[in-house]
Design a protein around this ligand. Structure first.
Ligand code: SF4
Length: 325
């Protein structure tokens, strides 16, 4: 170790980076490109990560905002964040071949929304206004769903029947802040029901949990992730709430400002659920060049969950394989 590096260390969080839903969504685009050839249209960013989007663009994916931008009859992939039913309808009207890469854990929340709406509940959807996932989930039952964007928002909610209300949530929220929102809602609506199972997904909770474990020991926590990635932004907030002296979000290693490291003995490092690990490795290299060669991985869970590719894609892959003999 160089003298400059004495005492400098990195606490590397695990789990970090890719979750099962992101892995599946990215693979869906890659396999579709191989099977049908470029271009493949993708509605919205397949996952909220600059590097992933640029890499897929280089392979022939074209990212669009809406179905109208996709030529009639072409293939379109819906992103991991899910879409409202009207988006499938629009795709049908334009004769698009739609492949749905919505994460199954987001689909689970859609199913809950549909079920409670069918039972005529008022549904309080805790989430961030304007986030694609929230737009998609709310689109399942707009007449039954009200958005609750954080604890402050809880006080303005009115419902038809306080005995028939349930809360659901976006999958990538801060666990602690969501519980605060629920507690505030429950003060006004004591009969408020909880989702049948956690809506905040395993990947979001696991990444927040390990950051909380390391935060108090860190002079600075660096989170690799994009600004529009909800779970990545939450990781910075969680780190600061849990005692990190500073926290920063970066897409790439070169965005790290040397001023952040002045006087920092311990740097915490993690990444959002849409971030490939090569970007974290680049940060480690960047930090090592500044004396942070002592890297300790702090592991609080081992994730093994995987999701199979969308049915419609698997069917075509199977048919193509059969045709090849
Ligand atoms: S963060 Fe959670 S809900 Fe979102 S894609 Fe990953 S596993 Fe699915």
């Amino acid at each position: 170790m160089t003298e400059a590096g004495i005492g400098k260390r990195v606490l590397l969080a695990k789990p970090r980076g890719y979750c099962a839903g992101v892995d599946r969504a990215v693979q869906t685009v890659e396999e579709a490109l191989k099977l049908y050839g470029a271009p493949i249209y993708v509605r919205k960013q397949i996952v909220h990560n600059k590097h992933v989007v640029r890499t897929l663009e280089a392979k022939g994916a074209i990212f669009v905002e809406e179905n109208e931008e996709v030529p009639e009859g072409a293939t379109v992939i819906f992103s991991a964040h899910g879409v409202a039913p009207e988006v499938y309808e629009q795709a049908k009207q334009r004769s698009l071949k739609a492949i749905d890469a919505t994460c199954p854990l987001v689909t689970k929340v859609h199913q809950e929304a549909k079920r409670f709406a069918a039972e005529d509940y008022d549904i309080l959807l805790i989430g961030h206004e304007g986030h694609e996932e929230v737009i998609g989930t709310a689109g399942e039952a707009p007449e039954h769903i009200q958005l609750v964007d954080g604890p402050e928002d809880a006080d303005r909610i009115t419902v038809r029947d306080p005995n028939k209300v349930v809360w659901l949530s976006q999958t990538t929220l801060s666990v602690d802040e969501t519980m605060e929102t629920v507690a505030r809602l429950k003060k006004r609506l004591p009969m408020l029901q909880s989702p049948p199972s956690d809506d905040i997904c395993y990947a979001t909770s696991n990444r927040q949990y390990v950051v909380k474990e390391i935060a108090a020991e860190c002079d600075v926590v660096i989170v690799v992730g994009s600004r529009n990635s909800s779970n990545s932004v939450r990781l910075v907030e969680v780190a600061l709430d849990a005692g990190a002296r500073a926290g920063h979000l970066v897409d790439f290693a070169h965005e790290i400002d040397d001023a952040w490291l002045v006087g920092a003995q311990t740097v915490g490092l993690t990444s959002g659920a849409s971030v490939p690990d090569e970007l974290v490795q680049e940060v480690l290299t960047h930090l090592a060049a500044r004396g942070y060669t002592d890297v300790e991985e702090v592991v609080t869970a081992n994730e093994r969950l995987t999701f199979s590719l969308p049915q419609e894609l698997k069917r075509d892959m199977k048919a193509a394989a059969a045709a090849r003999g």
